[in-house]
Design a protein around this ligand. Structure first.
Ligand SMILES: CC(C)(COP(=O)(O)OP(=O)(O)OC[C@H]1O[C@@H](n2cnc3c(N)ncnc32)[C@H](O)[C@@H]1OP(=O)(O)O)[C@@H](O)C(=O)NCCC(=O)NCCS
Length: 220
């Protein structure tokens, strides 16, 4: 499903279930620690997906350990992102010579709980969600806005090492399956060239919304 959202430089793998043959490296098991069954399943399957995607780049399987603030630590020369939600897990990776950073997020295709849009959306984003909801009521635009912002955060954090609140980026959703995000805060002084414009694609299918941003290595 996600392949169609991605440029050729990005390798992806996804799973709608938890394959029984998915295995963790001992270091990954240690990093997970005590976790409930659901967390163990998503953590294991998404790493299984990540190794399939890394394999598609021609690289060997390696442990993918959580790093600073939970951001995955990819092998040298690789950038990537992972997501999981009920019934879906996905990983996207690319060589850092082709892609500077990546972010992916998947969510159940359901309206956000009451009150959450007010926390997630800037006034103009909420106005756009309302307009798009009138034009295309089959899409849960509020959930999609949330999903795109999480994808942006997952691409922003590995480059900057810095937090981004929901008011820290403005997303323009488009009904053609694309979106643009502009980060509204300055990057940290030690990362002055961090990207602030993110172009992404989204889709709503199989009871899910999925959003992905890809910043090419050649981007200014
Ligand atoms: C970190 C966060 C984005 C994860 O999203 P989520 O919908 O809760 O969960 P998902 O299943 O989609 O993604 C989880 C995966 O994201 C990755 N991840 C976690 N923290 C991350 C970070 N700081 N940077 C990049 N990737 C991160 C991990 O791979 C994680 O899976 P793992 O724990 O099995 O390794 C979310 O919990 C969060 O903190 N959001 C607030 C920040 C934000 O989104 N701001 C919006 C800015 S406009």
């Amino acid at each position: 499903m996600i392949d169609q959202m991605l440029p050729p430089a990005v390798a992806a793998a996804e799973s709608f279930g938890d394959p029984p043959d998915a295995r963790l490296f001992p270091e990954e098991r240690a990093a997970l620690g005590e976790a409930g069954a659901a967390r163990r399943r998503e953590y294991t399957t998404v790493r299984h997906c990540a190794r399939r995607a890394i394999g598609a780049l021609g690289l060997p399987p390696v442990p993918i350990l959580p790093g600073v603030r939970g951001a995955p630590r990819w092998p040298d020369g690789v950038v990537g992102s992972m997501t999981h939600c009920a019934g879906y897990r996905a990983a996207v990776v690319a060589r850092d010579s082709a892609v500077r950073t990546l972010g992916i997020d998947a969510e159940p295709h359901e309206p956000l709980p009451d009150g959450v849009l007010g926390f997630v959306g800037l006034p103009e984003e909420r106005a756009r969600v309302a307009r798009l909801s009138r034009l295309e009521p089959r899409v849960c635009w509020d959930r999609l806005l949330f999903c795109t912002k999480e994808a942006v955060y997952k691409a922003w954090f590995p480059v900057t090492g810095s937090w981004l609140g929901f008011d820290g980026a403005r997303v323009s959703l488009r009904s053609d399956g694309t979106f643009h995000a502009r980060v509204l805060v300055a990057p940290p002084a030690e990362h002055p060239t961090a990207p602030r414009d993110f172009t992404g694609r989204w889709l709503a299918r199989e009871g899910l919304v999925v959003a992905c941003v890809v910043v090419p290595a050649s981007a200014p």
